[in-house]
Design a protein around this ligand. Sequence first.
Ligand code: FAD
Length: 293
Amino acid sequence: MEKNIIYKDVELKNFNSWKVGGKAEQFLICDDKEKLASYIKTKKIKLPITYLGLGSNLLIRDGGVKGAVVVMHGGLNTINKDRELIYVEAGVSCSKLSKFAAKEGLKNSAFFAGIPGTVGGSLAMNSGCYGSETWDYVEKVLMIDLNGDQFIRNKSDFKINYRDLKKPIDDESFLAAWFNFPEGNKKDAENKIKDLLTHRKNSQPLNWPTAGSTFRNPKNNFAAKLIEDCGLKGYQIGGAQVSEKHANFIINLGNATALDIENIIIYIQKVVFKQKKIQLLREIKIIGEAIDH
Ligand SMILES: Cc1cc2nc3c(=O)[nH]c(=O)nc-3n(C[C@H](O)[C@H](O)[C@H](O)COP(=O)(O)OP(=O)(O)OC[C@H]3O[C@@H](n4cnc5c(N)ncnc54)[C@H](O)[C@@H]3O)c2cc1C
């Protein structure tokens, strides 16, 4: 698909890691911040605007998404060293950021290596693993609002929580960020990336369409353990299944609808609450319109 062209009625299945969902009313892969701003200012793209990275933390309902879906991955892809900071645009993959930082001899970026999303998605979700999270290393960000205006915000403008971020104004989105990783050793940083990727391969069902951890870990507990203890590993609704390898992952066996996945999410919440008296909160985001099947 060509960049910076506004398409209509684009199937979103190919733009999310569960491989489900309906169509976007308008669709744009953007590699030019100024062009995007001008499309917004001249109202060529419709509100609401949904920004998408790699769709790896997202359930898109079968009825599709109203308004415009703007895909950052494959679009805003610049990454460079800006004095002691790394400047990285929202569409750059987390894995690229991780490797770039290691190559520059900076440490602590390894956790990003196995997160199969973009920098934009990770800023929005405060993604993390192995004891680190995105906003630990953010200095400032470049935002765009619904008027098409671009401006810089500092880290202190945001309320940062576990797998959650509160923006000062909800409708602002991320175009880029400046990361501040500490000085380290290139070889050590690259070895750390290799180790963490091996660990991930052994513990997660990476061969199936999935959005990773479905639920946040409750305080002092693990969602995967709670789900497993309730006997839900392997439980299936339609084409959606609780992974046998990692109980907090829901996989698409090939023919799942978004509704199958949403139903299995609700079922897990009900069973865990009934048996453990713990309300599991979703980590993944759900967007779009439901349809009757
Ligand atoms: C196999 C697997 C393993 C995973 N492991 C981890 C893990 O270890 N730790 C972890 O935290 N997550 C993990 N995830 C989840 C996911 O990869 C992360 O949350 C990732 O950061 C999401 O990035 P994305 O680009 O795919 O975001 P998307 O799924 O495209 O979007 C997620 C949310 O962010 C919003 N968004 C995206 N880009 C922007 C933007 N530029 N501006 C504003 N909002 C935006 C979207 O609208 C949506 O609400 C995993 C997923 C999978 C499939």
